[in-house]
Write a protein that binds this ligand. Structure first.
Ligand SMILES: [Zn+2]
Length: 142
């Protein structure tokens, strides 16, 4: 069994500032100090990333729920907003070959059109232009 020597390293613990005993490369007294130090160091990062991730997750669930197993549909801005959708939170953008810019929430996508209508889909419709999609569905619902 390896016993750590109780010789001081001459360094102070990065968390509690007590002198560290043991190996010369140690930065903390123990796991509790290491964990306490990292909790403080990453608290700001964690709180910001967590907030944005929660909003993205919520938007994902809204799109999933509104699609309700359909691949794509048109929904009003009011419907999305009423479901709690936050339009400024998306993971990335994807440009459709016809020029439409889709905002992505992971694999789901949405794009705004006239009369406050949004096209939402489980993935960007590579095989179908937005114009063709409109034709298939007739005029946009009001
Ligand atoms: Zn310590």
């Amino acid at each position: 069994m390896f016993n750590e020597p109780s010789v001081s390293t001459g360094k102070a613990c990065l968390h509690c500032k007590e002198p560290i005993k043991g190996r010369s490369d140690k930065k903390f007294c123990n796991d509790a100090c290491r964990s306490g130090f990292n909790n403080i160091k990453y608290a700001d990062y964690n709180s910001h990333v967590k907030k944005v991730n929660q909003r993205l997750k919520s938007n994902y669930k809204v799109l999933q729920s509104l699609l309700n197993n359909e691949h794509a549909k048109w929904v009003s801005e009011a419907t999305l907003a009423a479901a709690g959708f936050q339009f400024q939170f998306y993971t990335h953008v994807q440009l459709h070959p016809d020029g439409a810019l889709f905002k992505m929430v992971y694999n789901y996508c949405y794009t705004a059109h006239e009369r406050s209508m949004y096209y939402i889909a489980k993935s960007v419709p590579e095989h179908l232009t937005v114009g063709q999609f409109k034709e298939q569905r007739g005029l946009l619902p009001i």
